[in-house]
Design a protein around this ligand. Structure first.
Ligand code: ATP
Length: 369
């Protein structure tokens, strides 16, 4: 990103109260042109309310929204350079695909030939040219979704707001459509803001993600930053699976720290240059894929390894998920790619096998909140 680039959308101290309830709590946010920005968080955290304020359907209780340098406070929804695609696609059932897509342009009084060209281009882009005469009830969920997308984009908004755009699609279609959305976004350079509670979807689609909780942003960053460098237990637990160990810092070296956990008793050596005062209570977070699992003891020293027993195995083909019991009552989850093929009728690791887990000193995230 160009460091001198000005934010295209600038939200300052924005709040929304419904009576005594605060749905959005004094948030600040800057979004740049051409971003595919996701708002991610649990149900009720304020994502949709924020999106509706951007669209102009909800009036902020306080704070401001600027889009392309213009204060939106007194700008009604239909005059904003913004279009919103709703959770339920709300297509007109009695109109064909092309009539649905053309509807907004007719209403704006654009001349017929220009409408025809724009609708044709848009249907080609979402690969629905052959379906243009069909009515919504003759389409699959994914096709309806693409009609809704074409209808939102045909008016060439500078910002497209999408509320759970892929929620109605099955997994495979959702994955395909995610890539389609990214392609379209890339071709048109529109700024997309997507509301979702599906973390995988946010990870795949987004240039950046804002994690919301109780009306506030708890972390904003690229998918890699959010996944690999969560700043709190809340973010670490919401995005992907993670194994959490509570402990205390026992050594604060120049380029490393050591954390001792009690249950299970384990020493974690962390070498990525963090510094936390000795004695501080911390949580050590390790993602399931960061563990190495083996039947023989790893060679390296005493730290960054633990012994366990396989409690459960989920075989997913390309990888297996192991639930491993450490000590009496700690269960941790590990994913391991199935790199080698077992002999027919056998498996490489089995229930009740005693195993060793080890991990790199750089794979550990240390959280203080
Ligand atoms: P979901 O993922 O379930 O759609 P969300 O994060 O989009 O959730 P919002 O729809 O923004 O959540 O709602 C945030 C909070 O504000 C919720 O607790 C909701 O009940 C409340 N809320 C939303 N609209 C209103 C309203 N018009 N009146 C009162 N409370 C509202």
């Amino acid at each position: 990103m160009d460091p001198d680039q000005q934010p295209f959308i600038k939200i300052q101290s924005l709040s929304k109260h419904f009576g005594s309830f605060t749905a959005v709590d004094s948030v600040d946010l800057e979004i740049y042109k051409g971003e595919l920005f996701s708002l991610l968080g649990a149900s009720g955290c304020g994502k949709t309310t924020l999106l509706r304020m951007l669209a102009g359907f909800e009036t902020p209780s306080s704070g401001t929204i600027h889009i392309d340098g213009v204060d939106m406070t007194d700008v009604p929804p239909y005059e904003r350079p913004v279009n919103m695609m709703f959770q339920s696609y709300a297509l007109f059932p009695h109109m064909s695909v092309e009539q649905n897509v053309a509807y907004g342009l007719h209403r704006d009084g654009i001349d017929k030939q220009a409408i025809k060209t724009r609708v044709e281009d848009m249907l080609a882009m979402v690969e629905l040219t052959d379906f243009r005469k069909r009515k919504p009830h003759q389409l699959s969920g994914g096709q309806k979704q693409r009609v809704a997308l074409a209808r939102s984009l045909v008016k060439q908004p500078k910002v497209l707001l999408l509320d759970e755009p892929l929620a109605a699609l099955d997994k495979r279609l959702r994955e395909n459509t995610q890539f389609e959305l990214m392609k379209i976004q890339d071709q048109l350079g529109v700024t997309f803001i997507v509301v979702t509670h599906d973390q995988e979807e946010a990870m795949t689609l987004s240039t950046r993600i804002a994690m919301m909780d109780a009306g506030r942003f708890i972390q904003i960053g690229t998918p890699i930053e959010i996944y690999e460098f969560p700043e709190s237990r809340l973010v670490a637990n919401f995005i992907g699976n993670t194994n959490m160990f509570e402990g205390r810092v026992t050594e604060n070296g120049v380029d490393h720290i050591v954390v001792q956990s009690k249950q299970p008793a384990c020493e974690f050596f962390i070498d990525h240059g963090i510094s936390i005062q000795e004695g501080t209570r911390v949580w050590v977070a390790i993602r399931p894929e960061k563990f190495r699992i083996s039947k023989s003891a790893p060679e390296s020293g005493q730290t960054n390894q633990m012994k366990g027993v396989i409690d459960d195995i989920g075989y997913l083909g390309k990888l297996s998920i192991y639930r491993v019991r450490i000590g009496d009552d700690k269960i941790i989850q590990i994913t391991s790619p199935n790199l080698s093929r077992p002999k027919h009728g056998e498996s490489l690791l089995d229930w009740s096998d005693e195993i060793y887990l080890s991990w790199d000193a750089s794979s550990v995230v240390v959280l203080t909140k």
